[in-house]
Design a binder for this molecule. Sequence first.
Ligand code: AMP
Length: 253
Amino acid sequence: MALPNGQVAPGIGQLPTANPSVLPAIASPLLMSELNLILVGPPGAGKGTQADRLRKDHDLPYYSTGDILRAAVKEGSPLGKEAGDYMKRGDLVPDEVMCEVIMERVDGEEAAGGFLLDGFPRTVRQAEVLSDRLDARGRDLTAALLIDAPDEEVIKRLSGRRVCAENQHTYHLLFNPPKREGVCDRDGSPLLQRDDDREETVAYRLRVFHDQTKPLIEWYESKGLLRHFDGSRAPDEVHQRISAALAELEEAA
Ligand code: AMP
């Protein structure tokens, strides 16, 4: 994990390469390996919530393909123009486009000491491209964190989700309503429903998840990289379980 001073912060997979008896109390930065994580799971399972915590816990650069694409659509950039229609329908944007978007970031200076990806990879093809790229750079994926939730739960969560127009602050009509109906508590901007959170589109996104992303989960499982978490539990509990799993990986490294 790169710090502003160029050192590497403690993280997963400390690999002692020198005589351990001469190690300082805080292990030498050179002995640390990277924390390279991806979050996988159906829409609405709580990946974003857990990502917020993980990136703070481990000071990781965070790349959410959904956020990157929505910003591109809002800006009207060439990427946004290419992706907008797929997103509205709830279809996946083509692999080549997504791989280019993410490889640029994974290879960037900011992610040199580790990264957290949310929403990528979504297909086996995307996972292969990521894996080949990391291999070529002598890097490894630490784990694929699957946050799962039953379809009914996802539909309930996403169809009640509202997002503020200005800063994408998130609310839920039942579980986390704003103080004033239809208005963001934090910046006063109107609350909107994302096009792809409408009930019929959510059902379609879930179908896409089952068809295209489930094989990806099996792919990571076969490589021993998958860690499974129940996203229908309270966010604090999911966070604790993820932290415990990461600590275990660190111990095993
Ligand atoms: P999300 O916010 O992650 O649910 O993403 C919103 C939409 O962006 C998805 O329904 C897709 O249309 C598109 N998208 C995000 N990530 C990817 C990806 N890795 N591959 C293809 N499409 C993606």
